[in-house]
Design a protein around this ligand. Structure first.
Ligand code: ADP
Ligand code: MG
Length: 662
């Protein structure tokens, strides 16, 4: 096993990761980094506990498969020894007689099948010696390899507190080598991933999961198996080892709770707390009995990581039955043979801590995820870190990303949606005005053609009607008809004139103009009835703007005329000139009849008019629209025609840039 190191045990299956951050949350050492949308294991920080493989619903985290070298051993010449972890009854609960399970291992090709439970017996006795020595320094149990790695990497100052005793696996390997020869190949089979990198003394380590795979590949099932018992040495009470407090039970240290000088902690949260408090010196008189999982029976190499209590019962039942037919004398004989062997080991520190970033850097990161005050720290844990501070530190350390903060990301998303809606609205209005412009351009071409063709015949009609009128006697009844012809021809000319205006070339001749005076002048060139009051106001500090004088005069007079026509019973025509940034705004309002909602969409369409025949041509507003656009401006209408809603009236707001090329 010497060629595997703890940090190459667990890895990510590419593209399976859906970035739910569950593995980040469950990793006790934060050895997971989000890179390119994948939660990757940072091998140098990993302690091989395999928590991430247990919690990932997408099976995106997996551990290294070492069945290939085991097959090689089984096919080879060497004596092969299967060292079975005492947790096997919790995994293979479907096999009623454990002897059938041993038979299956033999069928797979193992020469000997031994119980690591005997190694656990030996190790438990070593621990007992220390526990009963009142002067011995307080230790942290070291038989869980993930715990040993945790201390070596993250609490290297406590290295001397790790009990210098080998694990049951290594003890058993030493024992079987003594018993069956140094050249044997040992294969540990258990529930643990970290064991794969625990020691160079064992040749290979596979999990129960991998063993099941080998049974299937080799077509080995319970059928036609000759049941046999384990090869010696047979385990004693320490077969209970894999449940929480198992080691203590096996040395009768779990009975008197008041007498105990041991703190027992298991699981990813409690073991860290216990070590932290141990380091702080809070439990000076206490040894620490620690397991990274909730007992080895919950290890990541088990096929299922649920049913803790059923698994505990399975182990208890196995141990109870075992102890009923237990040959104590035989066990003692075996123990006497090994009790003086060396079961010690040393641990070397391997510091993997990242220095704490400066408060300034952490603050900056917190602000970048919208955490300005303590109230902003929701500590919701969605990112996988317990607190916002921890998340920020991880970001500075390059282990995490800002997007992992769910409340921040949701807010960002909301803002993007708002921005998108705004752009959509702008786009829709741009599209609308483009359509209008296109329509006007087509209309313009058509109008120009028609107007041109009509002008001559109209002139002829008017001329000849007038000649006929002159020639006809004064009292002739034909005069009335001729008047009508002249009047209608004049009307036609007016329409044609409008059409020609509308079809004018798309050009503006911009001249710097005092627009207050210009507006005053526009009011002078229209006929204002007595019942209409005019209010002209300007907030302009600078009255000058660039406009095409002829065209702008048409804009103003047309809007003013429309307003007056909308107030047949009198009213107020209000004109305000304002400025905003680089624009000037004309605000022309009346309190006339207003424009109904359904007409609103049509008012800029050529020939749309609500006025009686002879009064309106429906060409005023389309013309205005075109001129405003040529000035790079905008025109908006606000109107109410429904008294039930409020006072009626219409306001046109026209904005144009004050300067050329703006
Ligand atoms: P015309 O004045 O020849 O009808 P316009 O293009 O100037 O053509 O106006 C189109 C229509 O818009 C008008 O017929 C009228 O229904 C409506 N309109 C324009 N300005 C006003 C206003 N100030 N108040 C009420 N309706 C208006
Ligand atoms: Mg008009």
């Amino acid at each position: 096993m010497g060629n595997l190191i703890n940090n190459e045990l667990v890895y990510t299956v590419k593209d399976r990761c859906r970035v739910c951050y569950t593995c980040v949350r469950e990793c006790p050492v934060k050895a997971i980094k989000i890179v390119n949308g994948q939660a990757e294991v940072i091998s140098t920080r990993c302690i091989g506990c395999g928590n991430c493989t247990k919690v990932c619903s997408q099976k995106a985290k997996t551990f290294i498969d070492t069945t290939a070298p085991v097959y090689d051993y089984l096919k080879g010449e060497n004596i092969t020894v299967a060292c079975v972890a005492p947790s096997f009854p919790a995994e293979f609960s479907e096999i009623e007689d454990y002897k059938v399970f041993i038979g299956m291992l033999r069928k797979l090709g193992f020469t000997y099948v031994v119980e690591v439970g005997f190694g656990a017996d030996v190790v438990a006795k070593e621990y007992k010696k220390t526990l009963e020595d009142k002067d011995a320094a307080k230790f942290i149990s070291s038989d869980c390899p993930a715990i040993a790695y945790y201390v070596r990497h993250y609490h290297p100052e406590l290295i001397n507190s790790l009990a210098p005793i080998v694990s049951p696996m290594v003890a058993m390997v030493r024992i079987v080598k003594k018993k069956y020869g140094e050249n044997i190949k040992t294969v540990f089979i258990g529930p643990c991933i970290a064991k794969k990198a625990e020691s160079t003394e064992v040749d290979q380590v596979i999990t129960f999961m991998e063993l099941r795979k080998m049974f299937i590949e080799s077509q080995i099932s319970q059928e036609n198996i000759i049941p046999t018992d384990f090869d010696p040495p047979i385990a004693g009470k320490a077969a209970i080892f894999p449940v929480t407090r198992g080691k203590l039970h096996s040395i009768n240290k779990s009975d008197d709770i008041c007498d105990e000088n041991i703190i027992v902690a298991s699981g990813r949260i409690h073991f860290r707390e216990a070590i932290k408090e141990f380091e702080e010196g809070l439990n000076k008189s206490q040894h620490l009995e620690l397991l990274c999982c909730e007992g080895c029976i919950m290890g990541p190499g088990m096929t299922s990581n649920s049913k803790l209590f059923t698994k505990t019962t399975n182990i208890r039942d196995y141990v109870r039955t075992k102890l009923q037919n237990f040959d104590t004398a035989e066990w003692r004989k075996e123990y006497e043979l090994v009790k003086d062997m060396d079961f010690t080991q040393t641990f070397i520190p391997a510091d993997r801590r990242i220095p704490m970033p400066s408060a300034e850097k952490i603050k900056k990161v917190l602000e970048s995820i919208g955490k300005f005050t303590l109230q902003d720290h929701l500590n919701c844990g969605a990112c996988g870190y317990d607190t916002c501070d921890e998340h920020a530190i991880a970001i500075v350390e390059g282990l995490a990303e800002t997007e992992m903060c769910l409340p921040f990301t949701i807010e960002k998303l909301h803002n993007s949606v708002k921005d998108l809606n705004l752009s959509n609205e702008k786009l829709a209005s741009a599209q609308q005005s483009l359509k209008q412009t296109e329509k006007l351009a087509t209309m313009g071409q058509l109008s120009a053609g028609i107007a041109h063709e009509l002008n001559n015949p109209l002139g002829i009609i008017t001329m000849y009607s007038n000649i006929l009128k002159d020639e006809a006697p004064e009292d002739s009844p034909i005069n009335k008809d001729l008047d009508l012809i002249v009047e209608q021809a004049e009307r036609c000319k007016k329409i044609v004139g409008g059409l020609l205006n509308f079809a004018r070339k798309n050009q503006v001749d911009l001249v710097e103009t005092d627009i207050f005076k210009f507006t005053q002048h526009s009011l002078e060139s229209i006929i204002v009835p007595d019942n209409v009051k005019i209010e002209l106001k300007s907030t302009l500090t600078n009255p000058f703007a660039f406009i095409d004088n002829d065209q702008w005069m048409q804009v103003l007079t047309n809007i003013e005329k429309n307003a007056i026509e909308a107030m047949p019973n009198g009213g107020v025509l209000k004109i305000e000139l304002n400025q905003s940034n680089g624009d000037v705004e004309f605000c022309i309002g009346d309190n006339g009849c207003g424009i109904s909602n359904e007409d609103m969409d049509k008012i800029f369409t050529p020939f749309f008019t609500t006025k009686p025949i002879g009064k309106g041509t429906g060409l005023g507003l389309p013309l205005i629209y075109g001129i405003v656009k040529m000035h790079n401006g905008q025109i908006n209408v606000d109107s109410n025609a429904d008294l039930a809603i409020g006072p009626t009236g219409t306001t046109f707001k026209i904005k144009i840039p004050r300067n050329k090329n703006q």
